[in-house]
Structure formats: C-alpha cells, structure tokens
Design a protein around this ligand. Structure first.
Ligand code: THU
Length: 160
C-alpha cells in the first residue's frame, strides 16, 4: 500500500476583492450571468464565465425545463457554447457563482460532477489546464489550477 497525491490543491481567497483584476472581472461577469439564468423551478440561478485565450469571455447560465431532467447547468451551457462556436480557441479560466431565492449563498458553489466531467473533456483536448474559480453570493472564492484537480480518478477516452 502506498499513499498517492490526487492533485487537488486548492486556494481560498477571502472574497472577490482579493482576486487579480482579470479574475475579479471574470467573476463579475459570472455574477451578471446569473441574472439571465432561466431557473423558475429551483430559484437557483447559476452563472459561468469562460475566459478564452484571445481575451474574449463566453457566458452560460442554467436553463431549466418543466420536464426537470431536460434542463441544463450553467457550466455546460458555457462550455458547449465555446466548443460549438469556437472549437479551436482554448479556454484559460472559468468562473462560477450562484444566487438562490431561498437563502444567501455564503459558501463557494462548486460545479456538479457532470459538469466537471464535461469540462474535463475540453481541458484534455486543448492540452492546457483551465483555472477554476467558484464562489457563492458572498464570501470565499475557491481557485483550483485545473478541472482535472476537481475530479480525481476520472474517466476519459484513454479507457475506450
Ligand atoms: N446547477 C448548475 O447550473 N450548475 C451546477 O454545477 C449545479 C447545479 C443548476 C441546475 C439547476 O438548474 C439548479 O442549479 C439547481 O440544481
């Protein structure tokens, strides 16, 4: 038996103001993106913002449906928008945040497992890590240096 490092080092920032200007701006765009989410069923509006290699920003937000499982998360809306419109542009960073109608979200809202898996596919293909930032409505911001670090022992095309 031996212990291994699964590579999940994370950084915690006190709040959004502790981020660099570029990162703070990206998170502010994610906050803006929560406002156009379509989440009438959960009241949980998620915003995601991707910083592309050319400096452009692509947003996504959750899009729900009366047939609940037909809805989609913010992160996948964003990455599929990037993948479909700009398949050759690399993604440098993703910022994620949420606003709930039930309570003030005071801890960082991380991407769900399915979104981690989806984002990983694109990170592997572009052969460059994507920095991830996530926060609640207020308080700490978590940063990880890659999608892979959020998904130890992940499944990928090498198994197929
Ligand atoms: N949601 C996201 O958009 N991203 C996540 O990573 C977690 C959950 C959405 C899905 C649904 O519309 C609402 O949040 C409540 O689960």
């Amino acid at each position: 038996m031996k212990e291994i490092n699964t590579g999940s080092t994370a950084f915690i920032y006190e709040d959004i103001n502790e981020l660099s200007d570029v990162d703070k701006n990206l998170m502010k765009v994610a906050v803006e993106a929560t406002k156009t989410a379509y989440a009438p069923y959960s009241g949980f509006n998620v915003g995601a913002a991707l910083l592309m290699e050319d400096g452009s920003i692509i947003i996504g937000n959750n899009q729900e449906n009366a047939a609940y499982p037909s809805g989609m998360c913010a992160e996948r809306v964003a990455i599929w928008k990037a993948g479909s419109s700009f398949p050759n542009k690399k993604v440098k960073k993703i910022a994620i945040t949420a606003v709930s109608s039930n309570k003030q979200l005071d801890k960082p809202v991380g991407p769900c497992g399915a979104c981690r898996q989806t984002l990983l596919e694109y990170e592997i293909n572009q052969k460059e890590d994507v920095e991830v930032f996530f926060m609640g409505e207020i308080g700490n911001v978590v940063k990880t240096s890659s999608i892979a670090s959020l998904l130890p022992f992940s499944f990928d095309s090498s198994y197929l």
